[in-house]
Design a protein around this ligand. Structure first.
Ligand SMILES: Nc1ncnc2c1ncn2[C@@H]1O[C@H](COP(=O)(O)OP(=O)(O)OP(=O)(O)O)[C@@H](O)[C@H]1O
Ligand SMILES: [Mg+2]
Length: 432
């Protein structure tokens, strides 16, 4: 054969198989393409590939081109068995003109496929001297046997096939590992969800008792106002005031029950609207006056921010009350509580300060984590976790605390909320 023609064929075979490299991850599909390319390159009627099974130490016909290709897929050969097995065992090419006259020929494949093999050329597939398998082409078209140039070409095809097969196997292994990891990860997520649900369920009991405790304040106010409303001598103005208090307390009760239900279901609903902060401070002040009085706690409200901020009013109220009730619980012998609002850059800053004993350092270190409670008979440790969710998640603000042991004339614990005055990116409710 013309030498330049041979070289052209070699380059073309290399080029073609290189195309498979890295782009075909399915091993069967890749082997099929290698087969096709081997037959086409050396002009053969059919071809087969056998992969070496390093555990069984035998060969497995993985694919074969030609009409009965699928049947060949099932056959296993011992090392050294058949022409292809011989090439694999000796790691050398074997070029047979008439296989019927060669005792190494293994006729099982022909019987199964009803294919008549005559000339066969087989070459080993090696990757860094390691046996990957062997490749054979059957029946040279238009000639009685395969030439030396065909041997060389098939060796090139086998060399490239080795790299492609190794890549595909590596990919398969990675894919399997990835799948196994994914399954583990999914299982973990499922377990986490279950655990969270269990934690919630056990928290429901505690939360319910806390809620019953918290419900007492608004219920007392409602029943007190209802009694007052019965008085015939009441002025119209007072009547309206008591009716408004009842309305406000009912709203608060509804908010509290919704919050508990949301917590149980694991969802958060909110609506951010521009709200006048000074009005909010007045409302909170009126409520806290009443709440703090029996506990001997003096309240100061310094409402310096007179504008509107984009907030969910009920949620911010809940966050502030959670801080206030903690302070009330902490100041068992009474004390002072101060709320200060200010604008700091584009943020509304709310400082909530008390003269209590200061936060225990181990609690302060885990502030905002659920079930972080200390020194309370009925504390569930959810109050500050709810505050964190309201300020950081819902309002995209920050929530910090500064706490020190009590000192004469100083506040010991200061909670600081910083909330964007303008509407943050998201606006309405999301399930969590
Ligand atoms: N102002 C404060 N002074 C001192 N300790 C505080 C103060 N605020 C919070 N703490 C500590 O932080 C802990 C966590 O508060 P958090 O509100 O999250 O839970 P809790 O009050 O224990 O329970 P609950 O879920 O009923 O609110 C409290 O148990 C308390 O030890
Ligand atoms: Mg609390």
């Amino acid at each position: 054969m013309d030498q330049s023609l041979d070289q052209n064929k070699e380059i073309s075979a290399l080029h073609k198989i290189n195309e498979f490299l890295g782009c075909i991850e399915d091993l069967d599909e890749l082997l099929q393409l290698i087969m096709q390319e081997a037959s086409r390159t050396v002009e053969a009627e059919a071809s087969s590939i056998a992969l070496y099974d390093s555990q069984q130490k035998d060969l497995r016909f993985t694919v074969s081109t030609g009409e009965k290709g699928k049947e060949v897929k099932e056959i296993r050969l011992k090392m050294g068995q058949g022409i292809i097995g011989y090439a694999a065992e000796t790691r050398k090419p074997l070029n047979i003109v008439d296989v019927s006259k060669d005792e190494r020929f293994h006729s099982d494949v022909d019987k199964k496929t009803q294919f008549k093999s005559k000339s066969i050329l087989a070459v080993p597939i090696l990757f860094k001297q390691r046996l990957i398998g062997a490749l054979e082409v059957i029946n040279k078209i238009g000639a009685p046997q395969f030439s030396d140039a065909d041997v060389r070409l098939l060796e090139i095809v086998a060399g490239q096939a080795a790299i492609a097969i190794e890549n595909a196997k590596l990919y398969q292994r990675l894919f399997q590992k990835h799948e196994a990891l994914k399954t583990k990860h999914d299982r973990l997520v499922e377990m986490q969800k279950k655990m969270l649900r269990m934690e919630r369920m056990s928290a429901i009991g505690d939360t319910t008792s806390r809620m019953v405790h918290d419900l007492r304040n608004p219920l007392c106010a409602i029943s007190g106002c209802a009694d007052l409303l019965k008085m015939p001598a009441l002025s119209q103005e007072d009547r309206e005031t008591y009716a408004r208090i009842i309305g406000d307390e009912v709203t608060r009760l509804t908010g509290m029950t919704t919050e508990v239900m949301d917590f149980v279901k694991g969802k958060t609903t909110f609506l951010l609207r521009d709200y006048p902060i000074d009005d909010l401070m007045k409302e909170i002040g009126t409520y806290l006056e009443r709440d703090f009085q029996p506990h001997n706690i003096k309240l100061q409200v310094e409402s310096n921010f007179k504008g509107k901020a984009c907030i969910d009013k009920a949620k911010i109220q809940r966050a502030i009350f959670n801080i206030c009730f903690n302070a009330r619980d902490a100041m068992t012998a009474g004390g002072s509580f101060k709320i200060v609002t200010n604008q700091v850059d584009s943020m509304l800053e709310i400082r909530l300060m008390d003269t209590g004993p200061g936060m225990p350092p181990e609690v302060a270190a885990k502030i905002g984590e659920p079930f972080n409670t200390s020194g309370k008979a009925h504390g569930t440790g959810l109050g500050l976790a709810i505050v964190k969710n309201i300020i950081a998640e819902i309002h995209k603000g920050t929530f910090t605390v500064e706490s020190q042991p009590p000192r004469e004339g100083e506040f010991s614990t200061t909670f600081i909320f910083k909330i964007p005055i303008a509407k943050p990116a998201q606006e309405t409710s999301t399930p969590t």
